[in-house]
Ligand binder design. Structure first.
Ligand SMILES: CNc1nc2c(CCNCC3CCCCC3)c3nc(N)[nH]c(=O)c3cc2[nH]1
Ligand SMILES: [Zn+2]
Length: 386
């Protein structure tokens, strides 16, 4: 089941509410990425504390390990990974594509060797729907081909992007049929392809809208293309999708991309940056990015971000309201230099909190009709420097 209510709009930006089988999600929203059934480095309790509303699961990886029999035994991913709020799973197509050469694509599906044990595997629209039905995710992504930006050193041509987009459309039909046959009560999203070609994006979008999905994603971006190409597609496509249905921009992006994406009419985002960058000591703050390894942090007593209320920056607030101070940049720099695991843990808490808090501030600005003012202040603050 999926219900989407538009609460407020400001230009192309929207404040909405998405009701799914496992709960309600306020949009615009950032969705933390959980690859192997966990958001790396944080506990489900920390995710709830930072008010994560929906997380991503990974069809491809979970299918291989622990395998569907184990997930089925637990009645789905929610009970297995102890997360009782909404989950969105990707279809596996992109993950196979990321494997690089070890795959063979045909009309039927994708053949590839398991990166876990080398077994010959076959993923099709039908098998992807069957896997995501066992996972029982609230939002299921269609099995698609993520059209590459370049192939063997040449930019994907219009003809190549068309062929790929039309394959994904035929796969969208097969996903819809299989999803209905399985009597899956969750929500299946179509994925718009079309490469960097606006007219192909419009053809893909029109065909998917005809298939009447409850929600839509924009795929085929953030695949190595120049930033201005991604921004061109992000400006072109989202607002052409049905206004009364949720719009998900896959694999995007930096804090600046999220703000620009909301302004272009996007409701949902996912990206590995906050978690992956945290593990590399690359922190996001209100006033710019911070590289923890830099020697200038060696004796700096300040928190990462004095305006941040996360556990790493602010510590915990005692029942009497007194705040047990957070951690200093000096301490975090020390953990990073020693390779201590508490380092990535605290940095992941901060980065995820930063992304989730940014989206919360965006939602509040939309509710107050001052998203434009928020955008101006956001850009000024981020340029200030840490
Ligand atoms: C990073 N850039 C990018 N990601 C894309 C993704 C993946 C989005 N993230 C999913 C999570 C990844 C980690 C595990 C959990 C699921 C894309 N996925 C699909 N199906 N199609 C795309 O065109 C597609 C395009 C994408 N571009
Ligand atoms: Zn913080």
């Amino acid at each position: 089941m999926l219900q989407f209510e538009l609460l407020k709009t400001e230009g192309l930006a929207r404040r909405g509410r998405l009701t799914l089988n496992h709960g309600v999600v306020q949009t615009p929203i950032f969705m933390p990425v959980g690859t192997y059934g966990t958001v790396k480095g944080v506990t489900p309790r920390s995710l709830e504390e930072m008010q994560a509303q929906i997380i991503l699961g990974n069809t491809f990886h979970l299918w291989m390990r622990p395998g569907l029999d184990v997930i089925r035994q637990f009645g789905g991913l929610h009970r297995f990974e102890r997360w009782d709020r909404p989950i969105l799973t990707d279809s596996g197509g992109f993950q196979v594509w990321s494997l690089g050469e070890m795959r063979k694509i045909s009309e039927e599906g994708v053949r590839f060797a398991s990166p876990v044990n080398g077994d010959k595997l076959f993923l099709t629209p039908e098998i992807s729907m069957q896997i995501q039905t066992v996972l029982d995710s609230d939002i299921v992504m269609q099995f698609d081909e993520c059209t590459p930006y370049e192939v063997k050193g040449h930019l994907t041509t219009d003809a190549e992007a068309r062929a790929s987009m039309e394959l994904s459309l035929r796969w969208a039909q097969r996903c819809r049929a299989e999803f209905a046959r399985l009597e899956n009560r969750n929500a299946l999203f179509g994925i718009v392809q079309g490469g960097m070609f606006e007219h192909l994006r419009e053809e893909s979008l029109a065909a998917l809208v005809d298939m009447d999905f409850p929600g839509y994603a924009i795929g085929g971006v953030s695949v190595g293309e120049p930033k201005e190409e991604m921004l061109r597609i992000m400006a072109h496509t989202p607002h052409r999708l049905p206004a009364h249905k949720p719009r998900y921009l896959m694999g995007v992006g930096t804090p600046e991309d999220l703000v620009a994406g909301v302004a272009a009419g996007v409701d949902m985002f996912d990206c590995v940056m906050p978690t992956r960058n945290a593990r590399n000591g690359h922190l996001f703050t209100r006033f710019g990015d911070l590289k923890l390894r830099n020697a200038r942090h060696r004796a700096d007593e300040r928190p990462l971000d004095e305006t941040c209320s996360c556990y790493a920056c602010r510590g915990t607030t005692a029942p009497d309201g007194s705040v047990a101070g957070g951690f200093s940049r000096a301490y975090l720099h020390h953990l990073e230099r020693c390779g201590e695991m508490l380092g990535p843990m605290l940095c992941t808490i901060h980065n995820l909190h930063y992304y989730l808090n940014l989206m919360r501030e965006i939602r509040e600005s939309l509710e107050a009709g001052r998203f434009e003012a928020f955008r101006v202040q956001f850009a000024k603050d981020r340029a200030r420097g840490v």
